[in-house]
Design a protein around this ligand. Structure first.
Ligand SMILES: Cc1cc2nc3c(=O)[nH]c(=O)nc-3n(C[C@H](O)[C@H](O)[C@H](O)COP(=O)(O)OP(=O)(O)OC[C@H]3O[C@@H](n4cnc5c(N)ncnc54)[C@H](O)[C@@H]3O)c2cc1C
Length: 371
């Protein structure tokens, strides 16, 4: 079987390692000449550690990652919160924090150590006929190469050419809100905790990073003007001094899901198959789980592949619905939503079942493990 993996982000790298582990040969390409240095996804869930365990990734991740102690909620003059018990999974902490660039570096190093086929950088999938498996690969410098594959696995991100060429629709809608994020130094926050500043204006979230710096993400209200490049004004919260910024980014996002995960020789996974709001840090996690389970399904055969597509799409639908509800709950400005939010955020810290449920969702333990 001739297999092409398109995309060398976290999902493509996990897929390459998992395919190699199953003894499946493949070619692996990414159009970027070098990996992205940006931290992007931070959270790695217990469910994802479980998927990465057979690939030998758990110890390297836990050795570098930060294990957050709990959540602090800043509700006007009231600061409240709760500690994680990290017991939602029998072996792994509920959630750990590691910048995506480090997760990708660890996946690459594990692939190299295992002798997996090398990622061919600077090679773009230019065209795909999903019916015949015929592709054109464009190398840096312009050389074009025609080839044919039995399977083309699209881990090529939200704007996936594999998905578009296979005629797979990406259903959903864009969020009106604009998000601004920055990685930098912060003072005034309890260390090693996630901090939330819900509010009518720009809700803010601070995440501790390994090494002592912080990520802040702010959701601007719908209709707010686009901030000027590097503007820190949307990232100011009471009692917090934030500066020495290493990375600043403003972005919009959507909630979308592929209407099918397979068409002809094409299969899509990761951001190529589903994208969500940043609430709950789910995107990369679901994608890595898609990848590890896809390799197993391909090794087992056609029936398993069909089961994989159905199960992973059902899980993504559930996660998108939940993160969408969470996003509306955190950002909604109507009176009923604000009232409900104020009550819920005061109750969660004092109600153990609610705390456990929230921690279970952050751990990815509220949906089924990949088949
Ligand atoms: C600012 C920001 C913050 C985020 N925060 C979080 C978070 O906290 N938690 C979380 O879980 N997720 C987060 N995400 C989402 C997370 O980064 C993605 O879910 C994750 O990167 C998806 O991985 P992927 O491998 O599917 O796609 P990508 O990381 O997009 O990788 C796709 C790869 O495919 C390559 N490619 C694309 N087209 C082609 C082609 N035609 N030929 C060859 N190569 C191609 C690209 O060069 C790229 O390397 C965040 C994203 C952003 C932008």
């Amino acid at each position: 079987m001739r297999v092409l993996v398109v995309g060398g982000g976290p999902v493509g790298l996990a897929l390459g390692l998992a395919l190699h582990r199953q003894g499946i040969a493949f070619r692996h390409i990414d159009r970027l000449a070098a990996p992205s240095p940006f931290s992007r996804a931070l959270a790695i869930q217990a469910r994802t550690l479980e998927a990465l365990e057979p690939l030998g990734l758990v110890q390297p991740i836990l050795a570098e990652a930060l294990r957050p102690r709990g959540v602090r909620l800043h509700l006007g003059a009231l600061e409240t919160g709760f500690a994680f018990d990290h017991a939602r999974h029998p072996r792994f902490p509920s959630v750990v924090i590691l910048p995506q660039s480090r997760t990708e570096a660890l996946l690459s190093a594990a692939g190299a150590a295992a002798g997996a086929p090398q990622l061919e950088r600077g090679v773009e999938l230019a065209t795909l006929d999903a019916g015949t498996g015929q592709v054109v690969l464009r190398h840096d410098g312009g050389r074009e190469e025609a080839a044919r594959f039995d399977r083309v696995l699209g881990a090529d991100g939200a704007h996936s050419l594999v998905r578009k060429a296979a005629g797979i629709a990406f259903e959903g809608a864009a969020y009106e809100e604009r998000f601004v994020l920055a990685d930098g130094r912060a003072e005034g926050l309890a260390p090693d905790c996630l901090h939330m500043f819900p509010g009518r204006g720009s809700a803010g979230f601070f995440f501790p990073l390994p090494g002592g710096s912080w990520r802040v993400v702010s959701a601007l209200p719908p209709g707010a003007p686009a901030p000027a490049e590097g503007d820190l004004a949307p990232l100011r919260y009471p009692g917090v001094r934030f500066g020495e910024v290493a990375w600043w980014s403003a972005f919009r996002t959507s909630h979308r899901i592929a209407d099918r995960y397979r068409a002809g020789c094409a299969v899509v996974l990761g951001d190529a198959a589903h994208i969500h709001s940043p609430a709950g840090g789910q995107g990369m996690n679901l994608g890595i789980q898609d990848a590890c389970s896809l390799a197993l399904a391909l090794a087992r055969g056609e029936g398993a592949l069909e089961g994989w597509a159905a199960q992973r799409r059902a899980v993504a639908r559930m996660v998108i619905a939940r993160t969408h509800a969470m996003t509306r709950g955190m950002l909604g400005a109507s009176l009923p939503v604000r009232a409900l939010r104020a009550v819920a955020l005061r109750l969660v810290p004092v109600l153990p079942p609610a705390r456990r449920r929230l921690e279970g969702a952050l751990a990815g333990m509220d949906y089924p493990a990949p088949l």
